[in-house]
Design a protein around this ligand. Structure first.
Ligand code: HDD
Length: 691
């Protein structure tokens, strides 16, 4: 018995399979206490390996989530004449991809729903080697020149004395940097907008940001900007919601990506390009090589090129998502760089950072980084070398191996041919000097609710800044973008209303507004159905069925886990207990009828708050019959009973139904789905609803 307690009996050590005894037999009857010896190599190796399990997190974009999939060009996408990159032009070719989405500023363990830019990095494993499109969910960047990148990152990261705040730009050093570097302002407008709060990685755009170059068989170039467009449309959360999700489910975006792929609801994105002939390089009122500028889509339309589907989750987070190494200089024939000074710096930085992060020069041999194309170079040895190179030659030129492998200038990579000249000064040209014009363009393109959110974001962020002079400097900078915006921000942060800015040029670009980036679908949307004992079971099954027919997902939430008993005495299964979730984790809420059920819910603070909060966040809210009482209790101003015994009323995303038994009236779910399809009822004024 004593030996058993001491863990010395065969079968006490269990293998990975639950319940399977390990085949190792142990000595019976020996003393229970033994020494810990250095010679116990198993213990040493185990502890040593554990001691070395961590690698440095990425210096930026430390937190991310990845997925595998494939990319396939559309028929006749028109690029065949412009580039030799066949993965972009051959409709018969399916190129495997790995995509990593990320936040920028936070550490690996930070929350997903912080206000931040999102990384959108794609590795195409093409037949001609890996092509990495290392982009973001915003089409511009904070700075024009790579030498400022360490300063920018130091400013936005937690402050160096006390390492606060985590994963937030709402602090003095970030806004001090912004105030003194007006080239940041266009990107700051994107950061203050709802684009910085994506509902899902599956519902945000991606951009290559820089102007790159396509190169044809004759070596002729065409400028190109890359765009990813999600087929589910682009949608965002609201800031109050984000802050709450950061506590309720810090893995919100990561979980959403994982679960949708596991459920077979594969995220899809369309790749598009904006093309500019080289001869038109100087036709714009900005510099094409300035990464703080967009080419408005109304000036150069986005041409669809192909489709990417993400259909497989990684098997192991560390091996794949953590060890994936992107590098802007991973290009394939047919795609090339430009003299964008930010891009040139990136082409140095990404390789450099992997050397420290992944511990040496052989990281490209890690499974997730390995090209499918054959690798032929003379690189040898180094830490973690995986390949056994054969033969006597590891140099070029050689006569002993028939000259192989041949390197650059022998066909593997040739620079795009152009004459480059300049003075040895670290300066950008006058063409990079308009810091405000496109920030104004962005502001002008926003819908009224988007503007309100931007003003609120500036007020929140600057409201966290301790130094009054920093607040004042930033407000002065905003004044150069738009006077009304600057006054609204100034009012909120205790700064005198500014004057003397450049007048607003009045131009706008509709594609910049989220209003114009939706999609006519409710696929994969999550709807909470609130129930308690006495609920109308027919309604619950109808809601489930009709939402699922439209591709959305109903989750039944009870006050406790387990089943509830319906008014007719049936058992209605509960998917989750309400206290483990929150309205912020759903896209909409429905309260079915059933007097007893609604009475119980109306008497429960959590259930009342659930509805009130969804309403506050402009989400579709619906109720049938008695369910309306819960809406009224939650302060849903638009909750009105339909006149007559049967019918449906919809007002500002609040859908209510009355019926005389049996099925829910026709139109109830259809109108709720229509409201869900608009994502939020932005026109609903919820400013007086408690948060
Ligand atoms: Fe960067 C990572 C996107 C400018 C230096 N960057 C990184 C990732 C993304 C971007 C998506 C994460 C890749 C992954 O998932 O592993 N970065 C951008 C975009 C930029 C940009 C769209 C501007 C257009 N970056 C930029 C500059 C520099 C860097 C100017 C340096 C001069 N970026 C890095 C880095 C990182 C990185 C330090 C950190 C981890 C890594 O590379 O692999 O090298």
């Amino acid at each position: 018995m004593a030996a058993r307690r001491a863990g010395l009996v065969a079968g006490e050590y269990r293998s990975g399979r639950p319940g399977t005894p390990c085949a190792v037999s142990r000595h019976r009857g020996e003393p229970a206490r033994g020494p810990t010896l250095l010679e116990d190599f198993q213990a040493r190796e185990k502890i040593t390996h554990f001691d070395h399990e961590r690698i440095p997190e990425r210096v930026v974009h430390a937190r991310g989530a990845g997925a595998y999939g494939h990319f396939q060009p559309y028929e006749d996408n028109g690029l065949a004449d412009l580039t030799t990159a066949q993965f972009l032009t051959d409709p018969g070719r399916r190129t495997p991809v790995f995509v990593r989405f990320s936040t920028v500023a936070g550490s690996r363990g930070s929350a997903d729903t912080v206000r931040d830019v999102r990384g959108f990095a794609t590795k195409f494993y093409t037949d001609e080697g890996n092509y990495d499109l290392v982009g973001n969910n915003m089409p511009v960047f904070f700075i024009q020149d790579g030498i400022k990148f360490p300063d920018f990152v130091h400013a936005v990261k937690p402050e160096p004395d006390n390492e606060m705040p985590q994963a937030a730009s709402a602090h003095d050093t970030f806004w001090d940097f912004v105030g003194l570097q007006p080239e940041t302002l266009h990107m700051v407008m994107w950061l203050m907008s709802d684009r910085a709060l994506p509902r899902s990685y599956r519902m945000m755009q991606g951009f290559g940001v820089h102007t790159f170059r396509l190169v044809d068989a004759q070596g002729r170039g065409t400028f190109v900007k890359f765009h990813w467009k999600p087929l589910l449309g682009s949608h965002s959360l609201v800031w109050d919601e984000c802050q709450k999700i950061a506590g309720k489910d810090p893995d919100y975006n990561r979980r959403d990506l994982w679960e949708s792929i596991e459920a077979g609801q594969f995220p899809e994105y369309e790749l598009g390009v904006q093309l500019v002939e080289e001869s038109r390089e100087f036709d714009f009122d900005f510099d094409l090589l300035d990464a703080t500028k967009i080419i408005p889509e109304e000036v150069v339309p986005v041409r669809p090129v192909g489709r990417m589907v993400l259909d497989r989750n990684p098997d192991n987070f560390f091996a794949e998502t953590e060890q994936v190494a992107f590098h802007t200089a991973n290009v394939v024939p047919g795609i090339d760089f430009t003299n964008d000074p930010l891009l040139q710096a990136r082409n140095f930085s990404y390789l450099d950072t992997q050397l420290i992060r992944l511990g040496g020069p052989n990281f490209a041999q890690l499974p997730v980084n390995r090209p499918v194309a054959e690798v032929a170079n003379n690189q040898r040895d180094g830490y973690g070398q995986q390949r056994v190179h054969r033969g006597r030659t590891s140099y070029f030129k050689n006569s002993l191996s028939g000259g192989c492998p041949a390197l650059a200038d022998e066909g593997a990579f040739t620079h795009y041919q152009e004459k480059v000249e300049g003075h040895k000064i670290r300066k950008r040209s006058e063409s990079f000097k308009d810091f405000y014009g496109q920030a104004t363009l962005f502001w002008n393109s926003m819908a009224p609710w988007e503007r309100e959110h931007i003003v609120a974001a500036f007020r929140f962020e600057l409201g966290k800044v301790d130094h009054q002079h920093v607040r004042e400097t930033v407000v002065q900078q905003i004044e150069q973008i738009d006077h009304e915006l600057a006054v609204a921000v100034a009012e909120g942060v205790g700064v005198a209303a500014p004057s003397g800015g450049t007048p607003n040029h009045g131009r706008s670009s509709p594609a910049l507004s989220l209003v114009n980036q939706g999609a006519d679908t409710i696929a994969t949307r999550r709807v909470a159905v609130l129930v308690a004992d006495g609920v109308d079971a027919t309604e619950v099954s109808q809601i489930r069925r009709e939402l699922s027919e439209r591709g959305a997902m109903a989750e039944v939430l009870g006050l406790r886990d387990g089943d509830v008993r319906s008014a007719d005495g049936d058992e209605v299964p509960v998917d989750r207990a309400m206290n483990t979730m929150g309205s912020v984790l759903y896209d909409g809420v429905i309260v079915p009828g059933g007097a007893e059920s609604v009475r119980a819910l109306s008497g429960d603070g959590f259930a009342v708050h659930f509805v009130a909060e969804a309403y506050k966040h402009n989400k579709p809210v619906a109720a049938s019959d008695e369910g309306m009482e819960l809406l009224q209790r939650a302060g849903v101003a638009e909750a009105r009973k339909p006149t007559g015994t049967d019918g449906v009323v919809t007002e500002l995303g609040v859908v209510t139904a009355a019926h005389t038994g049996g099925a829910l009236p026709e139109g109830f779910i259809a109108e709720f789905a229509a409201a869900l399809g608009k994502h939020r009822a932005w026109e609903r004024d919820t400013s007086s609803v408690p948060a």
